[in-house]
Design a protein around this ligand. Structure first.
Ligand code: PMP
Length: 412
């Protein structure tokens, strides 16, 4: 049995290196860990080694791995109609959109279904151009909105953008800075796009007045406000959507990741009836073959129910506070290593002295069977983003692993 698994690992490494890898150095067999199954807050490798998932697939696994209610609903749908005709009316896509309209802030009644976060942002940018008749965008440094050409245009990291220029015309301003927005948003701005908490930028929580000021400015200057809640949506920061904390209602809301309970890729963007009318001259301006598929939309409809029935948003807020205070205590013990701890709900960042030491701490946690990773735009920040179903007991386990890993690292 063991031999069979060893052979499967070797085959995986070989195919990965030959057919998938974009790294110059091949993955080595010695430290290859092949993922195999997931359940609740845990992922197991092919040999059954169990990891506490404090990464949550970069925000996918709000309900944990394979939530039984989502799996059951998707299996039932799979037995009836797997993908949609694209011509007849699909009841599941319609019902899931109705449920979304009941939880999205303000009057964002309309839904466009797609499959990835970047597509949701692409659609939002196109709609903003169509509605306003303007061309330019304003975004923030360190933001992450995706990597297809439109969303890359508003993603605030030169390293990802430069090789692909020219992109859409976008002005970038420092995140959290209201005065900078005052300068940048003008009568030519189609939309200002913001994450209500920057995730990949290093888990940056803006000052309280930031979103309300952005809202006011956009309204004054006739630009749309696009909130990208691909990562912060569905309870991640202790509210159904992060913008609920500040009661700001965007013109366009982009969602993805956790939307379909960690079971099927699903994303969407939402807007008001009035803005949606910009699509009326040609409903085929924007389309997606797999977007409104019944498997993904079944999962999305059930995910909303599970979040509400199981009190996961409240759990995210209270367990998040507990985790944050545990990490702040560790920061006080390891001041030279841990420079900052910040976040909201269960989206928490731990800023380490530098990226190399951050990677070393992540490896030490991995050796203790706890999964974390760095944020994509700021590698010195470790993100902690566990499933929202996580308990205080499991958080204690993670904190213990953090304490041991930091202790070990501080001796180096
Ligand atoms: N927006 C935000 C805020 C994100 O965090 C991400 C992914 N990290 C995206 C968009 C892009 O999503 P996807 O990878 O599904 O295209």
């Amino acid at each position: 049995m063991h031999q069979e698994k060893d052979a499967a690992v070797a085959e995986c490494v070989e195919s990965f290196n030959r057919y998938l890898s974009r790294w110059p150095e091949p993955r080595s067999l010695d430290d290859a860990v092949v993922e195999w199954e997931g359940e609740g807050c845990f992922v197991r490798d092919i040999y059954g080694r169990e990891f506490l998932d404090c990464l949550g697939g970069f925000g996918i696994f709000a309900l944990g791995h394979r939530h039984p209610r989502v799996i059951a609903a998707v299996k039932t749908q799979l037995d009836r109609l797997a993908l949609h005709s694209q011509w007849l009316l699909n009841p599941v896509a319609a019902e899931a959109a109705r449920r979304l309209a009941s939880i999205t802030p303000g009057n964002l009644q309309k839904t466009f279904w797609c499959s990835t976060g970047t597509e949701a942002v692409e659609g939002g940018l196109k709609l903003a151009r169509l509605y306003t008749g303007r061309k330019k965008f304003v975004s923030t440094w360190n933001s992450f909105h995706g990597k297809t050409l439109g969303s890359l245009s508003v993603t605030g990291r030169d390293q990802f953008r430069k090789p692909f220029e020219p992109l859409l015309e976008t002005s970038f301003v420092p995140y959290g800075d209201v005065a900078a927005l005052e300068h940048a948003v003008d009568s030519q701005t189609a939309a200002l796009i913001l994450e209500p908490v920057q995730g990949e930028g290093g888990v940056n929580v803006p000052p309280e007045d930031y979103l309300p000021a952005a809202r006011r400015l956009c309204t004054e200057r006739g630009a749309l406000l696009i909130l990208d809640e691909v990562q912060t949506g569905f309870g991640r920061t202790g509210a159904m959507f992060d913008c609920n904390h500040s009661r700001v209602v965007p013109d366009i809301l982009c969602l993805g990741k956790a939307m379909s309970g960690g079971v099927i890729p699903c994303a969407a963007f939402h807007s008001t009836d009035e803005i949606w009318r910009a699509f009326h001259p040609n409903p085929f301006y924007h389309t997606s073959t797999f977007g409104a598929n019944p498997l993904a939309t079944t999962a999305a409809a059930i995910t909303i129910e599970v979040l509400q029935d199981e009190g996961l948003i409240e759990n995210s807020a209270s367990v998040g506070r507990y985790l944050l205070s545990g990490l702040l205590e560790l920061q006080r013990k390891f001041t030279s290593l841990v420079q900052d701890v910040r976040g909201r709900g269960l989206l928490i960042g731990l800023e380490i002295a530098d990226a190399r030491r951050g990677a070393s701490i992540a490896k030490r946690l991995f050796d203790r069977n706890v999964l974390v990773a760095h944020t994509l735009n700021k590698p010195e920040v470790l993100r902690i983003e566990p499933p929202l179903i996580i308990t205080k007991a499991l958080i204690d386990r993670a904190l213990e692993a953090f304490a041991e890993s930091l202790k070990e690292e501080s001796r180096m």
